[in-house]
Ligand binder design. Structure first.
Ligand code: ADP
Length: 459
């Protein structure tokens, strides 16, 4: 089921449930009140009739029969069967005697009214007796018969039916309204999502230049759009990097391979004597190729998601000191001073990989600092981490290159790096290692001023 149908149906469902609940409650409560009202009205009418009849008593058991008949006939038209008796029980007036056909017709009518409303309504003919008083003396009784326990006359029934019709009208309106609103809402949500999906499908096909231009006021949709665009640009730059890497690898391998090939061919053809000198040069080329392949392997290993760390506790300052000792002669040869200082902090980490990070950073500093420069390593205890800084005052990195230097095979100045021999993976590996430890690595740099790498590792 698509999103649009789902939203429309949900809204429709909610409004229908609401309508049903409201109608049920309205019917229950209103009906209860209405019944009460009808019962009270019945009682009042009965009393009114009794009092009217009482006024027709003249004296000495003499009654105004004409007036009583008018009252009785009026009552009969309202569905009430009136019987008047004097004190001795003698009938003064009896609706059934006056017009028995109309009486049974009335009862029949009320019963059908109630049945039309309640289906199986179990009502029956009921009679209530009231004493007739004239000047505080009891002069007789009135029996009023009706269809009980209560009944709806035509007006009452019309009122209830109108109310129900109004409720049904409201329900119909609510359903149509919610359907329209649901459809509009669903369109407004699903249309932009569909367009983003189209863009994503295009990206999946390899069109990394595609960007979704969707502008939405809905936070999630605009976040979705920007994530898709970010994904596309990441894929695009990865793609560029990959192409660049293939080119780089091919280019880097071709030179030593060509040299090797021509040397060996010359020796095979007898043009060159296979002297130790010449074999040594071939051997050097093979070593270069090997070290490149080694670098490629390292990227595969450290960048894989399942970098396994064998953690142990060690002192970070001690490790720095070891690295410094290893590099001492290389720094001396290039006339660069190498210093270290800071806090002695014990951390729980994979010592070999952290050493690899330090070696990468220090050898980069060595490569990119001119003779007479300084490289400093320091460690500092922070609240729940340790901060290691490798700082040089060498050539620095241009600001626009900084965001890329941790990317695979990224080298700042391609020709500059020819001489230093890197393939652009040292920092990629370092970052993978630091991230695998749950730490961070950052860089600050100014061209011709120097570079500072800041590594933070959790203790
Ligand atoms: P590489 O194998 O080329 O050294 P890295 O990933 O270690 O690759 O570094 C990426 C790029 O960052 C290098 O090409 C280099 O230009 C630049 N870089 C790294 N460290 C420094 C530094 N300390 N000073 C100047 N540039 C640096």
């Amino acid at each position: 089921m698509n999103l649009r149908t789902k939203i429309s149906l949900s809204l429709l469902f909610v409004s229908m449930i609401l309508i049903i609940v409201i109608s049920l409650f309205a019917n229950l409560f209103l009906e209860k009140q209405f019944r009460q009202y009808i019962i009270e009205k019945q009682e009042n009418t009965n009393k009114e009739i009794t009092s009217l009849i009482g006024q027709q008593y003249i004296k000495d058991n003499q009654w105004n029969s004409d007036a009583i008949q008018t009252i009785g006939v009026n009552a009969l038209e309202q569905g009430l069967i009136v019987k008047v008796f004097d004190k001795s029980g003698k009938t003064i007036w009896d609706a059934e005697k006056h017009n028995s056909g109309m009486c049974s017709q009335m009862i029949q009518h009320m019963s059908s009214n109630m049945a039309s409303r309640y289906g199986k309504w179990e009502g029956k003919y009921t009679e209530v007796e009231y004493p007739i008083n004239s000047l505080l003396n009891n002069v007789g009784t009135v029996k009023i018969g009706f269809y009980g326990p209560f009944y709806f006359n035509d007006h009452d029934l019309a009122f209830i039916n109108t109310l129900n019709k109004a409720l049904m009208g409201v329900a119909l309106f609510a359903i149509i309204f919610s359907f329209i609103i649901g459809a509009i809402l669903a369109r407004r949500i699903s249309n932009p999502i569909e367009r983003v999906i189209d863009a994503a499908k295009n990206i999946a096909k390899g069109n990394f230049k595609v960007r979704s231009e969707e502008k939405s006021h809905t936070k999630e949709i605009s976040e979705l759009t920007s994530s898709i665009n970010h994904l596309a640009s990441t894929l695009q730059s990865q793609e560029t990097l990959r192409k660049q890497m293939t080119q780089d690898v091919a280019h880097e391998l071709r030179t030593p391979m060509t040299i090797l090939q021509s040397h060996i061919e010359a020796m095979m053809d007898g043009i060159w004597e296979p002297t130790v000198e010449r074999l040594k040069s071939c051997h050097e080329e093979i070593i270069r190729i090997n070290s490149m392949i080694g670098d490629l392997n390292k990227v595969a290993k450290y960048e894989s998601e399942h970098l396994v760390l064998s953690k142990a506790e060690f002192d970070i300052l001690e490790l720095i000191s070891n690295v410094v000792t290893n590099f001492e002669s290389q720094f001396k040869n290039k006339n660069i001073s190498l210093k270290y200082a800071g806090d002695s902090v014990t951390i729980n980490a994979d010592k070999d990989t952290i050493m690899q990070v330090l070696i990468n950073l220090v050898s980069n500093a060595l490569k990119h600092t001119v003779s007479g420069g300084t490289v400093e390593i320091s460690s500092k205890r922070l609240e729940d981490s340790v901060q290691i800084v490798v700082e040089d005052n060498g050539e620095g990195i241009p600001e626009e290159e900084l965001p890329h230097i941790f990317e695979r095979f990224y080298r700042v100045d391609k020709s500059r790096n020819k001489a230093t021999g890197g393939v652009g993976i040292g920092l990629t590996i370092s970052k993978s290692i630091v991230n695998a430890h749950g730490g961070t690595i950052e860089v600050e740099s100014k061209v011709n001023k120097g570079t500072r790498f800041i590594v933070r590792l959790p203790r």
